[in-house]
Design a protein around this ligand. Structure first.
Ligand code: FEO
Ligand code: CA
Ligand code: CA
Ligand code: CA
Length: 719
C-alpha cells in the first residue's frame, strides 16, 4: 500500500503554506503563456538571519580515518552510490549490508523459521510486515536503558501495513468470495502483521544477531490491549461497546514513523488509521459535532478497509471496524471507535509485560511520528509532529513539567508525568519569514463551547478534534508533512514535505515554497525556534532542499542535484548525533531512474542560502517565482549512500552512538508486482544468504526487512 490515496478532508479556509509564502513573497509574478520572464526583484522580507556559527565549523573530523569524531564532520568519506534499478541493496564501496530482521522471522526460540509461502499463522511471534519507523534502546549490563550503548539494545520497529500479494497462500479472500465473512486465518494474520516488534539485538565479534531467547522480545499488534491516558481518556466521545469507560483500546495500526523519549520508551504513531473503518450512512443517528468529526478525519473513506468486522466471532476486537452508528446509543455499537485512534502510543521496551499507553495529549490526526528535541534538565520536553494528509498541519507538544534526568528509569510512569500533561501547539508560517505556535488549549484562542466549528467542552475535546481546533486558530496548510528531525546542537528542526501535489500544480498556484509549476518531487523545510528555545512560541524558517531529477533545468532543479544525489519525495529523516542529515525516499516519480534510496549531507542552518528566481512552465502558463533556498546540494555534500531493491520504500533509521552501525528499513520490496506471482515478478529480495547486496533466489516472495550496515574496516559510518 505504498501508493495509498491521500486523505483530503481539510476544507477549512486557512491559507495553504504556499499561499502564505506567496503573500510573503508578494512580488511573485505569473507570466501566463509567456516565455519572456520579467526580472524578479530580490525579496528583502526573507531576511537572512544571522544564526551563529555553522555546525560545519565545529571540531574537525577525520574523514575516512575510522577514528571517532567529535562535532560535525567537515566532509563525507565515501564514494556516492549510483542510481540503481537492480533488485538488491547498494551501499558504498567498503561497506556491508546484511538482513537482520525480515518479515516473518521468529522472535522466540521454538518458533519455526518463516516458510514464506503464505501458510505461517503466528505473526504474533514473528516480525510483522512493512517495517517503518524504528529506534534502538541500548541495554546496560544490569538491564537498564543506556543511551550510550552501541553493541546491545532493544530494536523497536513499526510494521505499518501489509503487502497483500505476498501475505496469504492464495491471495486475499474477500468476504464476498467467502459467504460474507473473511477467512479468520487471514484476518488474524493481517491484524498480527501490523503493530510493533521489540527485539533484543546484539553485536558479537562484529556480527549483529537477534537474541531470540531474550525476555524483552515482544510483538504489539492490533490485538494488544492498551490504556488510554491523557486529557481525552474517559471522554464520552471515546466510549464504545469495546471500551465502555473510554479508557482502553484494542491495539495500534498503521504505525508509520515513530519516536523515543529520554527515559527509554518508544512512541508508535498511527497514520492512516481512519481508512481501516467502514461506516454506513448514519448521519441521522449522529450529533452535528459527531458528523463534523467523522468528516474532518475522513472516517468512512475506507480505502484500507479489510472487512475485519465480517468475522463472525462475537468479539469486539473484529466487530469494531464497522463504525456505523447502528445501535441505540454509543455503548451499543462502534460509532466512537475511530475516536480511539489517531494518537501516539508509548511502549516501554524494558517492561514487556506492561500494557502500552495511548497518549492523547499529543492530539488526534494522521500522526506520521513524534520527534523529541534534545532533552535539557530543568526545561520542558518538546516533541514535533506532522499530520500526513494533504493540506494538514505541523504540531508541537510541550510538557508542563520540566525535565528531571533522575526520572530517566521510570518507564511509563515517567511518561504519565511528561506526556499526559502539556500543551499542544500548531504552526503558523507568517508572511515575513517568522512563524508562531498557536496553543490548542480549552478556553484559549476561542476553543470553547461557543466555537463555531465544534463544541469544545474540555481539553479532551480539543485533543479528539485537534484538526478542527487547528483550523480555528488559523494554522498553515502544509503539503503532506512526513518526518521531522531535530539537530542535536543547533536544535533546528527539519521536516519533509514529501510532494503535495498528486496532479500538476497550476502555474497560478505556485509560490516561493512550491515554485515549480510541475512539482512531483517534494522538498524539505526547516525552522529555528527563537533563542534556540524549543518551547518558544515563535521561530524563523526557510527551505532546505528540493527533490528533482538531475537532468532538469536550473529552474526546476533548484538545489542543483547531480547524478550523485538526485532524489524525489523525501519522507524518512534523521539527524545523527554528529549532525549529519539522512534523507530517505518514498517515491513514484523517479522510478524509471532508480529504486528508492537514502542520502546523507552536512546541513548548515536556517538562512544560510540564497534567493533564486525559478521559472517553470505548466499546463496553464509559466510561473516565475523568487524563493529563498538553502545552500545547494554540492555545498552540503549531499550524496547517495544506499539504494534499495525493486519496488521498496526506504524508511526507518538509527545510528549507534559509536557511529559504527546503521540500521535501515527496507519496506515492501516487490510492490507493484503481480498478485498471482506473489510480487516475485518485481522482486525476490532478500537472498537466503542474508547478504542484502546479493540478488535473491527465484521463488522467494519478497520481504520487508531491517538491514544492518557497517564498514568492512569497522570505522565510522559515512566519514
Ligand atoms: Fe506512512 Fe506518511 O508515510
Ligand atoms: Ca510505504
Ligand atoms: Ca512515511
Ligand atoms: Ca510517504
Amino acid at each position: 500500500m505504498g501508493h495509498h490515496p491521500v486523505e483530503d478532508s481539510n476544507t477549512s479556509s486557512n491559507r495553504t503554506f504556499d499561499s502564505v509564502v506567496s503573500a510573503r513573497l508578494s512580488r511573485r509574478q505569473l507570466l501566463k503563456g509567456s516565455a519572456s520572464a520579467a526580472t524578479i526583484g530580490v525579496i528583502g522580507a526573507l531576511g537572512l538571519s544571522a544564526c551563529g556559527s555553522s555546525s560545519s565549523d565545529s571540531t574537525p573530523a577525520q574523514p575516512g580515518s575510522g577514528q571517532p569524531t567529535t562535532g560535525t564532520p567537515r566532509s563525507l568519506g565515501f564514494e556516492a552510490v549510483p542510481t540503481s534499478l537492480e533488485d538488491r541493496v547498494r551501499v558504498p564501496a567498503g561497506y556491508r549490508a546484511e538482513v537482520l530482521f525480515a518479515k516473518g522471522d521468529p522472535i522466540e526460540d521454538g518458533i519455526s523459521e518463516y516458510l514464506n509461502n503464505g501458510t505461517d499463522v503466528d505473526f504474533d511471534r514473528r516480525s510483522g510486515d512493512e517495517h517503518d519507523g524504528m529506534w534502538f534502546f541500548g541495554i546496560s549490563d544490569t538491564g537498564q536503558y543506556d543511551p550510550n550503548r552501541s553493541d546491545r539494545g532493544i530494536l523497536c520497529i513499526n510494521h505499518e501495513n501489509l503487502e497483500d500479494n505476498t501475505l496469504h497462500e492464495t491471495g486475499v479472500i474477500s468476504a464476498a468470495d467467502n459467504s460474507g465473512s473473511r477467512p479468520k486465518v487471514q484476518v488474524d494474520r493481517e491484524m498480527n502483521g501490523h503493530g510493533v516488534s521489540c527485539i533484543e539485538v546484539r553485536r558479537n565479534n562484529g556480527e549483529w544477531q537477534v537474541v531470540r531467547s531474550s525476555p524483552y522480545n515482544r510483538r504489539v499488534t492490533i490485538f494488544t490491549e492498551m490504556d488510554v491516558k491523557g486529557p481525552a481518556a474517559g471522554s464520552d466521545l471515546l466510549r464504545s461497546k469495546s471500551s465502555p469507560q473510554g479508557t482502553k483500546r484494542w491495539g495500534t495500526m498503521n504505525n508509520c514513523a515513530s519516536g523515543y523519549t529520554p527515559w527509554g520508551t518508544y512512541i508508535a504513531a498511527e497514520e492512516n488509521w481512519y481508512a481501516y473503518f467502514t461506516k454506513g450512512d448514519d448521519a441521522a443517528s449522529r450529533s452535528a459535532d459527531e458528523n463534523t468529526l467523522v468528516k474532518r478525519y475522513g472516517v468512512g473513506s475506507a480505502w484500507a478497509y479489510r472487512e475485519w468486522d465480517t468475522i463472525d466471532s462475537g468479539s469486539d476486537v473484529y466487530a469494531r471496524f464497522d463504525a456505523t452508528a447502528a445501535g441505540t446509543d454509543p455503548l451499543s455499537d462502534f460509532r466512537n471507535e475511530p475516536n480511539l485512534h489517531g494518537y501516539v502510543t508509548e511502549i516501554d521496551p524494558f517492561r514487556p509485560a506492561q500494557r502500552p499507553r495511548v497518549r492523547t495529549a499529543f492530539g488526534r490526526f494522521s500522526h506520521e511520528g513524534a520527534w523529541a528535541a534534545p532533552a535539557e534538565a530543568g526545561k520542558p520536553l518538546v516533541f514535533y509532529m506532522g499530520d500526513d494528509s494533504r493540506g494538514e498541519y505541523v504540531y508541537k507538544y510541550v510538557s508542563n513539567a520540566n525535565w528531571d534526568p533522575a526520572e530517566a528509569s521510570g518507564g511509563l510512569t515517567t511518561g504519565d508525568k511528561y506526556l499526559d500533561d502539556g500543551k499542544l501547539y500548531v504552526a503558523i508560517f507568517n508572511d515575513d519569514g517568522t512563524g508562531e505556535w498557536k496553543e490548542l488549549s480549552y478556553g484559549i484562542n476561542g476553543l470553547d463551547e461557543s466555537n463555531p466549528l465544534f463544541t469544545f467542552r474540555n481539553q479532551g475535546d480539543v485533543m479528539i478534534a485537534a484538526r478542527l481546533a487547528a483550523d480555528h486558530v488559523g494554522a498553515t496548510k502544509m503539503d503532506r508533512p512526513e518526518w521531522a528531525a531535530v539537530h542535536p546542537t543547533t536544535r533546528e528542526v527539519y521536516l519533509t514535505l514529501t510532494n503535495g501535489n498528486q496532479s500538476n500544480r497550476p502555474a497560478d498556484e505556485t509560490d516561493a515554497a512550491n515554485p515549480r509549476a510541475i512539482n512531483a518531487n517534494g522538498h524539505i523545510i526547516r525552522w529555528k525556534e527563537i533563542d534556540n528555545n524549543s518551547a518558544a512560541t515563535s521561530f524563523t524558517w526557510d527551505i532546505f532542499l528540493f527533490g528533482s531529477a538531475a537532468d532538469r533545468d536550473d529552474d526546476y532543479n533548484v538545489s542543483g542535484l547531480t547524478a550523485d544525489n538526485e532524489f524525489s519525495s523525501p519522507d524518512g529523516l534523521f539527524i545523527d548525533h554528529r549532525g549529519l542529515i539522512w534523507i530517505q525516499t518514498d517515491d513514484g516519480a523517479l522510478r524509471d531512474t532508480t529504486n528508492n534510496q537514502m542520502l546523507v549531507a552536512i546541513p548548515g542552518s536556517v538562512g544560510d542560502g540564497s534567493r533564486k528566481t525559478i521559472t517553470t512552465s505548466g499546463a496553464d502558463g509559466t510561473a516565475s517565482v523568487d524563493s529563498l533556498v538553502g545552500q545547494d546540494a554540492g555545498s552540503i555534500q549531499l550524496k547517495r549512500f544506499f539504494v534499495g531493491p525493486s519496488g521498496c520504500e526506504i524508511t526507518g533509521i538509527y545510528l549507534t552512538p559509536d557511529a559504527r552501525t546503521l540500521f535501515v528499513n527496507v519496506q515492501h520490496p516487490g510492490e507493484g508486482g503481480t498478485r498471482e506471482l506473489f510480487n516475485m515478478d518485481r522482486s525476490v529480495w532478500p537472498a537466503s544468504s542474508r547478504d542484502a547486496t546479493a540478488f535473491g533466489e527465484g521463488g522467494n516472495r519478497p520481504r520487508s526487512a531491517t538491514v544492518v550496515i557497517y564498514r568492512e574496516d569497522g570505522g565510522e559510518i559515512a566519514v
